[in-house]
Design a protein around this ligand. Structure first.
Ligand SMILES: *Cc1c(COP(=O)(O)O)cnc(C)c1O
Length: 433
């Protein structure tokens, strides 16, 4: 039985008891008609930390005052700028600092690491991935396969849920790895699936991929800053993510990349190289012949986009102040409350709708995906007009329904936000044509 109640006073009490409630004050909350919205799209674009402006201004000032000398002078010399995000970012993904670097953007990083970790030959060339993966990942895989002169239809194995189910079972993922064992070169999946919100069992999948002789990588766009990650201990080979979703760094900001330290100094891995990946001590000697930095830093191509990275530091400083276990505990409670309210509303309205995100908190992050057999778009539009900011996604696989995605983010969402969502959802369903 649930301990939740569908009432404003109950939500207010949970907010009062919430020891992380003060983090909300560190963010700008968007407004609509002069009132703060109830923002549930942190899975798409996280909110702006109030400290971001100051950190970006510091670099604009350093540039104004120091010019090129800013590379080695000032509070945070630009030459070392990729190091200022490293420790906190490593903690967030469960990696060693040397295994992590902030650079480029997600899809670029995915390509760079696929160049290194997808090296098909005549016998091993297949890639296992989830069906309906985020389009950019699909295009990246497809084009990488073609780059090696292979046919995507043969090389890419897309896993889909069983008939009548919406998410993948771990046992089925493992069975597929087993089935393609001899030809398998790579397993590449989301950490948290962007459409369904399913959190994959990365540890088990990695172990199975390795047992089959394949490499294993994850796209953590929806996992970083959302769920607890242990990339190093899980032995994940490589991973990429963006920083503008749960990591609140601002639109289109730089991505993250992780490479396990067993590859820190592995000359057998091919890679595309650039000067910022070159051995730091000798970088400015401008010599011929690429000598990489150890670890993930060796995959850098270009010097750091400092104005962008400044905003990431602001975000990292917020995360630095919060205990990740407490954050996850609140996340589970907050999303559990949203789940309870949605199920109450569906039950009372008799509408054809269901949550397709796994019900087990261990199999999801903060996002819930609410699928509609009818009225989905109209409900979404009503919610938006009422200051409930969620998004609508058209079906991602043939035969699947469209969904409203909502992500109650424990750093800045309140139980009252979630209550308002439940209230307005009931209203939207009642009013939908
Ligand atoms: C958001 C997202 C991306 C975005 O890629 P960019 O290169 O940052 O534009 C890629 N993959 C997944 C799974 C995403 O959720």
């Amino acid at each position: 039985m649930s301990n939740y109640e569908f009432s404003q006073s109950f939500a207010a009490q949970l907010d009062k008891d919430d020891e992380l409630s003060h983090f909300r004050n560190m963010f700008h909350i968007p407004r609509q008609n002069d009132r703060e919205v109830h923002y549930f799209t942190g899975n798409s674009l996280g909110l702006q930390p109030k400290a971001a402006k100051e950190l970006v201004m510091e670099e604009l000032d350093a540039w104004a005052e120091l010019g090129v000398e800013g590379h080695f002078e000032g509070k945070r010399p630009w030459f070392h700028y990729h190091k200022f995000t490293k420790n906190m970012m490593a903690r967030l993904v469960g990696a060693l600092p040397s295994e992590v670097v902030v650079m480029n953007s997600l899809t670029v990083n995915l390509h760079l690491l696929l160049i290194s970790f997808y090296q098909p030959d005549k016998t091993r060339y297949k890639i296992i991935t989830e069906g309906g993966a985020f389009p950019s990942d699909q295009y990246a895989l497809e084009s990488q396969v073609r780059l090696h002169g292979l046919d995507p239809d043969e090389a890419i194995i897309e896993l889909v849920p069983r008939v009548g189910e919406h998410t993948l079972r771990t046992e089925d993922i493992l069975a597929a790895i087993d089935e393609h064992e001899k030809e398998l070169a790579l397993v590449l999946m989301g950490g948290v699936q962007y459409f369904t919100g399913q959190l994959f069992d990365m540890k088990t999948i990695t172990a199975a991929g390795h047992a089959a002789g394949a490499r294993v990588g994850f796209d953590l766009a929806h996992a970083a800053g959302n769920v607890v990650l242990q990339l190093h201990d899980w032995q994940v080979d490589f991973a990429v993510w963006c920083t503008y979703k749960y990591l609140n760094s601002g639109p289109g900001n730089l991505g993250g990349a992780y490479v396990h330290n067993r590859y820190a100094n592995d000359p057998s891995l091919p890679r595309l190289a650039g000067w910022w990946g070159y051995n730091e001590q000798q970088r400015f000697m401008m010599k011929k012949g690429f000598v990489p930095m150890l670890g993930a830093d060796g995959w850098q191509l270009s010097n750091v986009n400092v104005l962008s990275a400044a905003a990431i530091i602001a975000s990292m400083e917020v995360f630095h102040k919060v205990d990740p276990r407490k954050l996850r505990r609140k996340s589970i409670q907050l999303t559990g409350y949203a789940e309870y309210l949605i199920n109450e509303v569906i039950r009372q309205s008799g509408l054809q709708a269901e949550i397709i995100t796994p019900a087990d908190p261990e199999e999801r992050g903060c996002q819930l995906s609410l699928a509609f057999g009818e009225k989905g778009r109209a409900v979404y539009e009503h919610l938006s007009a009422q200051g409930i900011i969620v998004d609508w996604r058209e079906p991602y696989l043939a035969g699947e329904p469209g969904v409203i995605r909502l992500a109650p983010v424990p750093l800045y969402n309140t139980f009252t936000d979630v209550y308002q969502f439940g209230l307005k959802l009931a209203e939207a369903i009642a009013q939908a044509p």
